[in-house]
Design a protein around this ligand. Structure first.
Ligand code: GDP
Ligand code: MG
Length: 163
């Protein structure tokens, strides 16, 4: 069984961009239980020599009658229950939002180890958000830019002890 890493966080923070960097074209087909796994992707990921399975959670395109919050909670809980390690992504340019804090509450209570990824850190606009991220109580945020490929070496350093 391969080591499983779930990428979670609110919409638009850059989860899929990170997933695409790690997985590239090694994308697996995901079974399509209606309303359950339709909006998530998984694949064989690689970060330097580390090889693991990555799960990309949540587009919320399929929102039904469930509340947004209930749906995000359900999807996140499903992913972290399967995960050996969670990458919790925030948008450092946007700062810490109430939804981020909500996710952090879930993750602090979860069994899986969580690493906090402060994405969109390629410019000065992210500096305040990066500092703000400490108050999520998930340890030191890792300054990252999924779009620009910054922080991959640091991510490797913090992931290596677990994978
Ligand atoms: P998701 O909803 O969390 O999966 O987010 P996406 O990966 O779809 O990205 C949302 C938006 O943020 C897209 O327009 C991305 O191009 C952009 N984005 C992702 N990573 C970065 C980054 O490191 N820096 C900046 N500036 N934009 C990013
Ligand atoms: Mg996405």
């Amino acid at each position: 069984m391969s080591f499983t890493v779930a990428i979670v966080g609110r919409p638009n923070v850059g989860k899929s961009t990170l997933f695409n960097r790690l997985v590239g074209r090694r994308l697996a087909l995901v079974d399509d239980q209606p309303g359950v796994t339709r909006d998530r992707r998984e694949g064989d990921a690689r970060l330097y020599e580390l090889e693991f399975r990555a799960i990309d959670t949540a587009g919320l395109e399929d929102v039904t009658d469930d509340s947004l919050e209930a749906r995000m909670r359900q999807q996140t809980e499903r992913a972290i229950a399967e995960a050996d390690l969670v990458l919790f992504v925030i948008d450092a340019r946007a700062g810490v939002t109430p939804l981020d804090a909500h996710f952090a509450d879930l993750l602090r209570r979860a069994a899986a180890k969580t690493l906090l990824i402060a994405n969109k850190c390629e410019g000065k606009a992210a500096e305040a958000g990066l500092l703000d991220a400490y108050r999520l109580g998930l340890g030191e945020p890792l300054a990252f830019s999924a779009e620009h490929g910054l922080g991959l070496g640091d991510l490797h350093e913090v992931m290596r002890p677990y994978v």
